[in-house]
Write a protein that binds this ligand. Sequence first.
Ligand code: SF4
Ligand code: SF4
Length: 468
Amino acid sequence: MATMITDECINCGACEPECPNAAIYQGGIEWEALDGTKHPPLSNDFFYIVPEKCTECVGFYDHEACAAVCPVDCCIPDPERPETEDALAVRAKEIHPEKEFPVELPSRFRKAASAPAAAPQASGAAPLAPTAGATMVAAPLRMARFGKVERKIEPLATPARRSGPSVDELPIDFEEALQIVQAGAPIGAGSRLVRLAVCLAQPLLGALPAAAKAKLEEAMGDRRIFSASGSTGFNIMLHVLLFPLLAMAFAVLAEGDSIYTRGLTNWFFLGMSISIAECVWRLREAVIRARPLSEVVWRGSIYGYALLPLALPLASRAGAARRMGEVGAEGFYGKETSFDEKRERERRYGEIYSLEERPDGWIFRLELPRQIPPSGVKDQLGVGGAMPDYDLTTRVLPGGLQVHGRVVDERLRTIAASAPAFPADFTTEVPLRERPLGYVQRYGNKLLEVVVLKVSAVEKLPRTANAA
Ligand code: SF4
Ligand code: SF4
């Protein structure tokens, strides 16, 4: 089925830039076919999807990207347009003839294919016990083979090391391990200042070459603070102001013009023309070729290369703390009283987590969903409002930490198979920069906490743990 947008759309526009096929258009805007011909809009009131261009994200993701970001979950499979995975794969290749697709295309159909097979295993699974002592009880946190990934996962920083054996759960109390790790000051606390500096310096940093901006964006890990596209926009605005001023200053200082002469106007327009020409050159994919934003190269300015020695150290320092501060450790019964729908959806993808690094280890916290998302079949299936605990599997590998969450209840897996933005499984991967020694974990109030100890902490372990 192609994906469609229902009349519940609130026209927020979040889905449009996510589509790899540029299949989503604002209501009232005509759409463009692959041959370049224009067609009347399919909706005048809401964003709409052109079925001929939608591949349900086959070829790009294992989920529908528009559904994943929609705040009101109104991007749904169109029951009038059933389509096979093969047909969608052919369409993806037609739309992107220049792209080299892998043999096994990313596809949401893997979700549908694997869900029923996984169900019998789930029936006997027990969720984690919500107690602090759950760390030592290994049974609920089974080490199982990982299930499918419902959302694109960033690869670990050191993929070559991922094949190493996983690190063991340590035979020590969670609180003890937490104390060992918390004894040292957080690494990268100072980088919060760096992050603020990067945020404020966006108009200047936008001049960096595209690759450097991408690296900085990745290091910051939060596009609200720094993004390649945003900083490029700020930099272009800066140039629109700066270039005319510089041209006029040149006229006054070098040419000896008076600031009261009309000739200065010509210098103003010269500066303005240069800034506009530079903007067109930098954003030529969007301005000249009308390509979607996802295909625009966020080029820098000529002097951007001179800023590289400043930007690259910033990227490494900002990256040290990029995963910090996302989660309130209070968990479910914290100060947050209002229900945040968008955050809840991100919890279902395992995206609300924090990683805090200290000299002797890391503290990882992951929030799990609290509510069952809206669905037309909820009443039919007799499920309530509160989300049952997920079946969680934690693995600590030499290159990083992985947590796999799995919806156990078969009725919920049925809902997940049809509801958008509700994967029945998720995998969260977080890179660790040093070799871990072992880990302990606990779960309670929809919050999973994992303390991973570094090799340097071995001296600080209680004797019993060392003996084991
Ligand atoms: S499902 Fe994917 S290809 Fe289809 S409209 Fe949504 S984002 Fe675009
Ligand atoms: S994300 Fe959802 S609500 Fe926002 S424009 Fe797209 S379909 Fe409409």
